[in-house]
Design a protein around this ligand. Structure first.
Ligand SMILES: Cc1cc2nc3c(=O)[nH]c(=O)nc-3n(C[C@H](O)[C@H](O)[C@H](O)COP(=O)(O)O)c2cc1C
Ligand code: SF4
Length: 505
C-alpha cells in the first residue's frame, strides 16, 4: 500500500505531519507494509491534510484527515473523496505549470522524469540560443510576478547584450498578500523551477543562477536547497549539463524580509548584499542587473512554466488563453472563502465564476463585498465587476490588475475605509524611502484617511489628489500602485467613507 501525505507547509499547518506520524505508528502496530510518500499539495487547502491511498488500483483521496481517522483509513472504512481528478475544483483546472505538483515526490528526480520532467530541457539542448528565445516569444508567456512583461522579449534583450558573464535571477520573494503559488511549486515540484532556470541560462548565455527566496518560507528553502544539490549530483547542474558541455549552476539566497525586495532592482541590491533600495531605471536589469551584468529577473511561476513550454511546444501553450494573455494563470484564492487554494486555468474565466462558482463564495456564508486581486497593490473589485474576464487587458480596462494572480475575498461586514487605510499604512511601512511621493505620501495618506474617518469630508478630494501624485510621481509600483486599492475602495464603496461623516455629526 502506498500512502501520500503532503509535506507542503499549508498542509503541515493543518496537521499533515501528525497524520503522517500516525500512519507510520499504526502501520507498524499492525505489521502492515506501507510506503509513505511525502508529496506536494494538490492545492485544495480546505481539504488538507489531503491523504491519497493507492492499494494498487489507483490513488483515492481522503480529507481533511486527522490522526484519529488513521485506523479507519488503513481499514479501508473511511469515507473517501474518490480520485483527486474527480473532485470538481480539481477537475475544472488546466494544469500545465502545476501538472506534477502533488503528484510526485518533490525530491525524487526519477519521479520527476517519469512524469515528463527534463523532456523540455533535452529538447532545448538541441536548439540554438536564438531558437530557445524565439520559442519563449512564440509561447506568449508574460511574467507572472506582477508586471506581465513578455518573457521572450526580456530574454532576447539579455541574449543580445554583450558581456563575459550573465545571470538568471529567480524572484522567489512572493510578498503579495494571499499568494502562495511560488511556495507551492518550490515545495511540491522544485525540479521544474531548476529545469526552467537551466533552459533560461542556455537560452541567454548565462552560466549562473540565483533563487532569491524569502526567509518566511523555511520549508521551501529546505526543499529548494536539497533539490539543487540532487540536481548537481545528477549532472543536471554544473559544468556539463546532461553531458552537453554547457554549464549552469544555481545558488539559493535567503532574503531578509522586506516587501520591496520583491521589486527587481531592490532585489538585485539585496542579492549584492546592499540595502534593499529601488534603483532608478534605466538601466534595465536585462542590460545592467546583478553586479552590473545582463540579468534575467523572472518570477518563480514564469520560470517554472518554461519546461512545459519546451516539453509540449510553444504553440500548445499559446493555444490556451484570451487575447494577449496566453496560457494558464495560476490563481491563488484566499481570504474569507469557502474553497481556497491553487486553481490553474486558461486565462478567460470571469472573476465571478471563479469566486462564486469555483470557490463557493465566502466561508462565512455572507454576501461577497469585494475581492482584492493582485496583492496589496491591487484594486478591490466589487461584485458589479464580476463579469471581468481574467486577462491582463480586461483587468486593466476594469481598473484592476492581475499581478501575481492572488485573490483575497471579503464579505459584507468589511469596512472598506479601514482597508484603504491599511493599504496606505502598508505602503508607509514597506516604503524603501527613495522617493518622496511614496515615502511622505503614504504617511500623509494614512493621516488623510483618518480625517475622513473623523467625518472631515473636505479630506476626500485631498486623498484623491494625493493618490494622483503618488501614481504619477513614484519611482516604483509600491508607491505608484498603492492608489489602486485606496481609490477602488473610495470609488466603489463611497458609503463606507460617508457613514463616518454621519456618525461624527
Ligand atoms: C513592490 C514590488 C514588489 C514586488 N514583489 C515581487 C515578488 O514578490 N515576486 C515577483 O516575482 N515579482 C515581484 N515584483 C515584480 C518584479 O519587480 C519583477 O517585475 C518580476 O520579478 C519580473 O519577473 P516576471 O517578468 O517573470 O514577472 C514586485 C514589484 C514591486 C514594485
Ligand atoms: S515608490 Fe516607494 S518603494 Fe518605490 S522607490 Fe519610491 S519610496 Fe521606494
Amino acid at each position: 500500500m502506498k500512502i501520500y501525505v503532503p509535506m507542503d507547509s499549508a498542509a503541515k499547518a493543518l496537521g499533515a505531519d501528525e497524520v503522517a506520524a500516525a500512519i507510520v505508528a499504526e502501520a507498524a502496530r499492525r505489521g502492515l507494509a506501507v510506503e509513505l510518500v511525502r508529496n506536494g499539495t494538490r492545492g485544495m487547502i480546505w481539504l488538507e491534510p489531503l491523504v491519497e491511498v493507492d492499494r494498487g488500483d489507483g490513488r483515492q483521496a481522503f480529507g481533511p484527515v486527522t490522526p484519529a481517522d488513521v485506523p479507519a483509513l488503513l481499514d479501508g472504512t473511511l469515507q473517501g473523496l474518490g480520485p483527486v481528478d474527480s473532485i470538481p475544483f480539481f477537475a475544472r483546472q488546466t494544469r500545465l505549470t502545476f501538472a506534477r505538483c502533488g503528484v510526485i515526490d518533490p525530491l525524487s528526480l526519477r519521479d520527476y522524469e517519469a512524469h515528463g520532467g527534463l523532456v523540455g530541457l533535452r529538447r532545448a539542448l538541441g536548439m540554438t540560443s536564438a531558437e530557445i528565445v524565439q520559442e519563449m516569444t512564440d509561447s506568449g508567456l508574460r511574467g507572472r510576478g506582477g508586471a506581465g512583461f513578455p518573457t521572450g522579449i526580456k530574454w532576447n534583450t539579455v541574449l543580445g547584450a554583450k558581456a563575459a558573464q550573465k545571470y538568471i535571477v529567480c524572484n522567489a520573494d512572493e510578498g503579495d498578500s494571499g499568494t502562495f503559488a511560488d511556495r507551492m511549486i518550490m515545495e511540491g515540484d522544485p525540479f521544474t523551477l531548476i529545469e526552467g532556470m537551466v533552459i533560461a541560462g542556455i537560452g541567454v548565455g548565462a552560466t549562473r543562477g540565483y533563487v532569491f527566496l524569502r526567509s518566511e518560507y523555511p520549508d521551501a528553502i529546505k526543499v529548494m536547497t536539497a533539490a539543487v544539490q540532487i540536481a548537481r549530483d545528477a549532472g543536471l547542474l554544473g559544468p556539463d549539463i546532461l553531458g552537453s558541455g554547457r554549464a549552469f549552476d544555481i545558488e539559493v539566497r535567503v532574503g531578509a524580509g522586506a516587501y520591496v525586495c520583491g521589486e527587481e532592482t531592490s532585489l538585485l541590491n539585496a542579492l549584492e548584499g546592499k540595502r534593499g533600495v529601488v534603483r532608478a531605471k534605466p538601466p534595465l536589469p536585462a542590460l545592467e542587473g546583478f553586479l552590473g551584468r545582463p540579468t534575467v529577473v523572472n518570477n518563480v511561476i514564469s520560470l517554472a512554466t518554461v519546461p512545459v513550454i519546451f516539453e509540449k511546444g510553444a504553440a500548445h501553450y499559446a493555444d490556451f488563453g484570451l487575447g494577449r494573455s496566453r496560457g494558464t494563470v495560476t490563481l491563488q484564492i484566499a481570504g474569507n472563502v469557502a474553497r481556497g487554494g491553487l486553481f490553474e486555468t486558461a486565462f478567460g474565466m470571469s472573476l465571478g465564476e471563479l469566486v462564486m462558482d469555483v470557490a463557493g463564495g465566502t466561508a462565512t456564508g455572507r454576501p461577497v463585498k469585494a475581492v482584492q486581486v493582485g496583492g496589496p497593490l491591487g484594486a478591490y473589485m466589487p461584485v458589479s465587476k464580476f463579469d471581468t474576464a481574467l486577462g491582463y487587458e480586461d483587468f486593466d480596462a476594469a481598473g484592476g490588475l492581475i499581478g501575481h494572480a492572488g485573490l483575497v475575498v471579503f464579505d459584507d461586514t468589511t469596512d472598506m475605509l479601514g482597508m484603504a487605510r491599511f493599504a496606505m499604512e502598508f505602503c508607509a511601512v514597506e516604503s524603501c524611502g527613495k522617493c518622496t511621493p511614496c515615502r511622505v505620501g503614504a504617511v500623509r495618506g494614512v493621516e488623510t484617511i483618518d480625517r475622513i474617518a473623523r467625518g472631515d469630508a473636505a479630506a476626500v478630494p485631498i486623498l484623491t489628489d494625493l493618490c494622483e501624485t503618488m501614481k504619477l510621481g513614484s519611482l516604483c509600483a509600491l508607491g505608484g500602485f498603492t492608489p489602486f486599492p485606496v481609490m477602488s475602495a473610495l470609488t466603489h464603496f463611497p458609503d463606507d467613507f460617508a457613514t463616518r461623516k454621519e456618525a461624527a455629526e
